[in-house]
Design a protein around this ligand. Structure first.
Ligand code: GUN
Ligand code: FE
Length: 495
């Protein structure tokens, strides 16, 4: 049964709006009104006006009667601002119970030890319902308005994940995981044909509950090359061509994995034009302009050229790459080669459900890239072909990757990730709390109460708005995420 989400009425948002304009530049709109219609689309933006003027001029122009419009304001006294919703371009819903549990493992033993047993257990619908509901609630509370999910190989509970996303109003790509080799007997597709049939079944279901794909959409999901046979990858490549659906998989995450791929898929055997990981996917038609490749830590120049030519994108997962010691992805290097990059939490390879944390870690990992690649004597360029300073990602850049950049990976370019007329209202209301310099807290001993209620960011009152945003990036958390909307619909509110 198709279900449709209905927004209650037209809405006017008023106050301070901050959003990534370009990779390097945030736009700051003060005393601004943003009108959002019943479909959740931004239909007008009025800058530099007070609220009475906005209601008196904007509403008649739109033909909206004042009593049919909900007004939402950002509170100036609590350092509130509207920011685009975050896009998590790579995470595993069934792995949520394992966040933080990875010991000293690296990818291949992490999969065997922690991941496959948990994923297999999620074929229990009751367990899946509990875990998936929590994942959705938790990610929404951190401002994730759109997520590219891997579910498990189980069709019923994969479909359940799509149901729950739709019900909660979180935009999602939902992928039934394909894996027909080199996985444990208890968690493996019986054959390539079975895997493809199960994928088709899940695709049909997800499309049936949301025929326009406004909220949930299916995504073809070969887990990664080692766990997929050549016939399976070839069939999934054909399925992608036939359906035009997006594809998601992992690439070049860990050195052991890369060696394994070279061993499993010799170029001669599969008819590849080269012997890299990228050639394997390319040979089977899995690199399309709708393909999201997670990690890409150890890609070569040659591989990036192929990825660029196909228009495939990269999901950077810094928390995961540090936690399971995969390596430091060179994001600047990717960007300078024209690759579209977004951020992924990669739960539970990554330990956090928060895209803000992923953005913060992306900034730090870029500094490790800068530090560990010392420039050659007499040259500004390091061994990765970029100089130290250029490797570092700024606050503006990582917040772009978390929003507008990510939108390009999930097929929502120009639709979400900013506040522009024609875009949809996927947004969060961020509150940094009252200025500390207010004095009130000190006098009445309310400092601790403030922290409890308003979060970990101390704003003194003299900071510029760019400085406040930097404080939010490096010290903020879900306590600062006061409200979250998807397509104009309120999907989370902090009590
Ligand atoms: N490669 C294959 N499966 C996985 C997974 O579940 N997580 C990560 N990070 N890498 C993978
Ligand atoms: Fe992953």
């Amino acid at each position: 049964e198709p279900r449709t989400l209905v927004n209650p009425q037209n809405q006017l948002f008023y106050g301070t709006f901050i959003y990534p304009k370009t990779l390097t530049e945030l736009e700051y709109l003060y005393n601004t009104a943003v009108a959002v219609d019943q479909n959740g689309t931004i239909v007008a933006i009025e800058r530099d006006c007070d609220l009475p003027k906005a209601t008196n001029t904007l509403l008649p122009r739109l033909g909206w009667s004042p009593d049919s419009v909900t007004i939402n304001t950002s509170s100036a006294s609590h350092n509130q601002f509207f920011f685009p919703g975050f896009i998590d371009t790579h995470l595993h819903a069934p792995q949520y119970p394992n966040v933080g549990i990875f010991g000293k493992s690296t990818l291949l033993d992490w999969l065997e030890t922690y991941t496959f047993p948990l994923e297999a257990s999620l074929s229990d619908p009751a367990k899946a319902q509990t875990v998936y509901n929590r994942v959705i609630r938790k990610t929404l509370s951190h401002g994730t308005t759109c997520a590219a999910y891997y579910a498990t190989k189980d069709v019923t509970t994969t479909n359940l994940l799509a149901d729950l996303c739709l019900r909660a109003g979180q935009r999602a790509l939902v992928g039934r995981v394909c894996m027909d080799q080199l996985s444990p007997d208890y968690y493996r597709d019986a054959s390539a044909a079975d895997s493809v049939a199960a994928t088709r079944e899940s695709i049909a279901y997800v499309q049936s509950i949301d025929p326009t794909g406004a909220i949930v959409r299916p995504v073809i999901t070969p887990r990664f090359a080692p766990s997929c046979s050549a016939p399976l990858m070839a069939d999934l490549g054909k399925l992608a061509a036939e359906t035009g659906l997006p594809v998601q998989t992992h690439i070049s995450e860990n050195e052991g994995e890369i060696d394994l791929v070279r061993e499993l898929f010799p170029a001669k055997e599969i008819g590849a034009k080269g012997d890299t990981y990228t050639h394997v996917y390319d040979t089977f038609g899995l690199l399309t302009d709708k393909t999201i490749l997670a990690h890409g830590v150890h890609l070569s120049e040659e591989e990036v050229e192929i990825i660029k030519a196909r228009g495939s994108k990269v999901s950077h997962c810094p928390c995961s790459n540090s936690a399971i010691t995969s390596g430091a992805a060179r994001v600047r290097w990717l960007l300078e080669r024209g690759i579209e990059v977004g951020l992924g939490t990669d739960m539970s390879g990554g330990y956090s459900p928060s895209v803000l944390e992923a953005a913060r870690q992306a900034a730090l990992v870029s500094r490790h890239v800068a530090m560990t690649c010392s420039p050659k004597k007499g040259s500004k360029a390091n061994k990765n072909g970029i100089d130290r300073e250029r490797a570092k990602l700024t606050v503006e850049e990582v917040l772009y990757l978390a929003t507008k950049g990510g939108a390009k990976l999930v097929g929502m370019k120009g639709k979400v990730g900013g506040f522009e007329v024609g875009m949809e209202w996927d947004a969060q209301l961020i509150g940094l709390g009252r200025d500390v310099a207010d004095g009130e807290y000190e006098i009445e001993g309310k400092g601790e109460e403030k922290e409890e209620e308003e979060g970990n960011v101390d704003v003194f009152g003299w900071e510029s708005w760019p400085d406040r945003v930097a404080k939010w990036l490096y010290n903020g958390d879900d306590r600062n995420t006061r409200k979250v909307w998807v397509k104009g619909r309120l999907v989370h509110q902090r009590k």
